[in-house]
Design a protein around this ligand. Structure first.
Ligand code: TXA
Ligand code: MG
Length: 312
């Protein structure tokens, strides 16, 4: 049994002591719950991959509590600095060249000479990392391939007994993972649509982001087609539920099922997405999902839905 603990100075200290011993601690972030361990400790990272059942060729994001911590790990170009200054702390992950002073172990980076790094906005996550004093790596705290957790209870449902402590920060406000931008190629590239809208990044940079598929070297190694997989069968872009289907709506409708956002608000839909999928998945075998517009946060929502619907 893994304990779920509210965040306070005592539980933050306990969590940091687990991290120092190579343990695993689930922590809230503004996007989804992360499973944190000491980024510099390969034994801890191996334990983390095993707890999630995650393939080791899928590298992890280093989470930092300050710019100093970030600059010891990665080489920041002008563009990287500008992005970090504007969007951190917050749900933007930058892929950058590893710094010579970097402490994140090879296993956490899957042997790449680049590193994915972000400074989370959630005060609980930042306090934990600051108290620990070094970066943690933190994939989403779910079984590999399962739906990402946005509540402490989701973490417990997936990883009970496999992690040392779950810090409870309530529901995640954004509900969808960070946007990942790579700055190691010729042009800034979008590796994963996420909680920072792509168009916001593009207007900040003053140029469109390159996309996976456009150039061969653009890929997020972990972007598997089938991911976020519920047990239920998902039918996307549905106009209405059919007999035997649970309904996941968006915008006003009269079907009376679960609704991501009755007002058609994409931020609200993102925050509700994973929790509603988990709930419907426990109640039904077939879920019909309403059409979600592909603009703004809809891009990240539709990306997650497509992966959740994909069958191997
Ligand atoms: O919002 C988030 O980013 C959450 C919270 C917990 O912070 N974390 C998260 O981590 O989504 P994870 O492990 O589920 O996703 C990490 C993604 C994977 O797709 C991985 O392939 C990619 O980041 N990644 C990590 N290092 C990379 C690198 N050096 N180059 C390209 N992609 C990388
Ligand atoms: Mg994940």
């Amino acid at each position: 049994m893994t304990a779920i603990a509210p965040i306070n100075p005592g539980t933050l200290q306990l969590a940091a002591s687990f991290l120092r011993k190579g343990g695993l601690v689930a922590m809230p972030t503004e996007t989804v719950y992360g499973l944190a361990c000491d980024a510099s400790n390969p034994d801890a990272v191996a334990r983390l991959y095993a707890a999630k059942g995650r393939p080791q060729f899928n590298p992890l994001i280093a989470h930092v509590a300050s710019f100093e911590m970030a600059q010891a790990e990665a080489v920041f170009s002008e563009a990287a600095l500008a992005l970090a200054r504007n969007f951190w702390p917050g749900p933007l992950t930058l892929v950058l060249p590893v710094a010579q002073t970097g402490t994140v172990c090879d296993l956490a980076r899957s042997g790449l000479d680049t590193i994915a790094i972000r400074m989370p906005a959630h005060p609980g996550a930042r306090s934990l990392i600051a108290g620990f004093g070094r970066p943690v790596v933190a994939p989403s705290a779910n079984r590999s391939g399962h739906i990402s957790p946005t509540l402490a209870d989701h973490v417990k449902a997936d990883l009970d007994g496999k992690v040392d402590l779950i810090l409870d920060g309530g529901p995640c406000t954004q509900g969808i993972e960070s946007t990942i931008v790579s700055l190691v190629g010729d042009r800034p590239a979008l590796l994963r649509a996420g909680a920072v809208e792509t168009s916001v990044l593009e207007s900040f940079l003053g140029e469109p982001l390159a996309r996976a598929g456009e150039e061969d070297d653009i890929s997020a190694p972990g972007q598997l087609k089938s991911h976020y997989a519920p047990n239920a069968h998902l039918r996307l872009n549905a106009d209405a539920p059919e007999a035997g289907e649970a309904w996941l709506g968006f915008g006003p409708d009269t079907f009376g099922g679960t609704n991501l956002s009755p007002n058609g608000n994409l931020a609200e839909a993102a925050a509700n997405l994973f929790a509603m999928l988990r709930k419907l998945d426990t109640d039904s075998d077939r879920i019909a999902v309403a059409h979600i517009p592909d603009e703004g946060l809809g891009e990240a929502i539709n990306d997650r839905l497509a992966r959740a619907a994909h069958r191997e």
